[in-house]
Structure formats: structure tokens, C-alpha cells
Design a protein around this ligand. Structure first.
Ligand code: 2PG
Length: 256
């Protein structure tokens, strides 16, 4: 395909703003004078790091992109503790995660809220990386495709074709997140291919062909190539292995 692979590092609640600068510098250094045109590289730090990362990326003209891990469903006002899409846009965030399984599980985010947040992101010119994925019970019952397509339908309600073609969807089987348990490349391909078919039904084959589908869940340097080698897997959402520059670079350079 002509989709540029996207490798996104979800730092979760790790790294203060000083540690963030150090990690992005290490990453830039490790990637320097190496050709990584084969992938787009993005880090997703905590909110409190974003301004520092922006200043570093701008100042040193780094090719590393950045985004946030969540945004508010609201535009502004009396929402103590929340951060709006327009605030992220002002920091020139390219992406924002929406509906990560940890948000769904521990912060009661359902498909309707994920949909509202995805629209809030698009409304501010920030591309949502919509996360979907089944838990262990659903997988054991063999209902993963049906489950994930339900989440996709819910997340994309009222999202236009123009918006959808910029979208990124991350398939992250919950049983494979931070557990060391990794889906097989065939598992990842099965669900990603079903998502792409659904996008063609909801929009058009052109939109379906443009959307990047990431796999997430215990991606490491040694399994990255086989997972991203699948036809419908266009990159990775990486948690644990994005916290060390060397580990993350191994994933970014998966084609070598
Ligand atoms: C997750 C994944 C990727 P890990 O929680 O989504 O972000 O984390 O790679 O540590 O399994």
C-alpha cells in the first residue's frame, strides 16, 4: 500500500517535562543521519510535557511528531481538570489518542464518549487515533471481529468522509496490553482487515485505503516486523517499549 507506517509511542503516565526533553533528544540523536523515511514517528507524552516537547521539536526542527493521550469532550468552560482539543491544537499537536482501553476501563469511556471526543479532535484539526480492541472473554468466545466493528461504528458516528480519510485506528487487544502477551500477526491482520472492509462500507474504498490501522499490545523490536508486515497493519502503538530510546528505535527501524 502507499500508506506511510505510523509508529506512535504512548508514554502513559511516565516522564516529567525534563525527562521528556531528555528522551526526545535521545530519540532524535538515535534517529539522526539514519534514514527513517519508512515511517512517521510520533510521541504521546503527558499533557504537562507537551509545551517542552513542542519547543524542542520546533527549535531543533526534529521530524518527530507529538500528540496527547486524551482530550476533553467539551470545548471550554467549567470542566475542572480537563484539557480541550483547541488547547492541543494551539500546542500544534498532530494527534490525540481517543478511547484507549485504560480510559474505557478505568474512566468509564463508552463508544458515545469516544465518538464525541473524536469529533472534538477533528473539530480542532487534531487527528484522533481511535483505540479499539476486545478483552479476553470476547476473544475466547471468538467474537473479536464483531466486538471491534461495533466499537468502530460507535466511534465514527457523524464523522464525515473528509475527516475519516485522515483518521488513525489502533487495534489493541486488551489481553495483549502491557502483559507481554502479543497477538499473532494473523490475529492482528484478521481484525485490521475487517476494520478496513467496514470503513469501505461506511465511506468508500478510497477512504478505507487511506486510513492507517495500527496494532498495539506488547510491540517490541523483535516482533515489530512480522506484525507490521501484514497487509492491513500500517504501524504500531507502542507503550512500554517507547520509554527507552533504544527500544523504540528498534521498532521504528523494523524494516532493517
Ligand atoms: C497500550 C500498549 C501500547 P504496551 O497500552 O496501548 O500503547 O502498551 O505496548 O505496553 O503493551
Amino acid at each position: 500500500s502507499n500508506r506511510l507506517p505510523l509508529i506512535a509511542g504512548n508514554w502513559k503516565m511516565n516522564n516529567n517535562h525534563l525527562e521528556a526533553i531528555a528522551l526526545v533528544q535521545k530519540l532524535a540523536f538515535a534517529l539522526e543521519d539514519k534514514d527513517y523515511d519508512n515511517a512517521e514517528v510520533v510521541v504521546l507524552p503527558p499533557f504537562t510535557d507537551l509545551r517542552s516537547v513542542q519547543t524542542l521539536v520546533d527549535g531543533d526542527k526534529l521530524r518527530i511528531g507529538y500528540g496527547a493521550q486524551d482530550l476533553s469532550a467539551h470545548e471550554k468552560g467549567a470542566h475542572t481538570g480537563e484539557v480541550s482539543g483547541s488547547m492541543l491544537a494551539k500546542l500544534e499537536c498532530s494527534y490525540v489518542l481517543v478511547g484507549h482501553s485504560e480510559r474505557r476501563e478505568h474512566h468509564a469511556e463508552d463508544d458515545a464518549l469516544v465518538n464525541t471526543k473524536a469529533k472534538a479532535a477533528f473539530g480542532n484539526g487534531v487527528v484522533p487515533i481511535v483505540c479499539v480492541g476486545e478483552g479476553l472473554q470476547v476473544r475466547k468466545a471468538g467474537n473479536q471481529v464483531e466486538h471491534v466493528l461495533g466499537q468502530v461504528d460507535g466511534a465514527l458516528k457523524d464523522i464525515t468522509a473528509e475527516q475519516a480519510e485522515k483518521l488513525v485506528i489502533a487495534y489493541e487487544p486488551v489481553w495483549a496490553i502491557g502483559t507481554g502477551e502479543v497477538a499473532t500477526p494473523e490475529d492482528a491482520q484478521e481484525v485490521c482487515s475487517a476494520i478496513r472492509t467496514r470503513l469501505a462500507e461506511l465511506y468508500s474504498p478510497e477512504v478505507a485505503g487511506a486510513v492507517r490501522l495500527l496494532y498495539g499490545g506488547s510491540v517490541k523490536g523483535d516482533n515489530a516486523a512480522s506484525i507490521m508486515g501484514q497487509d492491513d497493519v500500517d504501524g504500531a502503538l507502542v507503550g512500554g517499549a517507547s520509554l527507552k530510546a533504544d527500544d523504540f528505535v528498534k521498532i521504528i527501524r523494523f524494516g532493517d
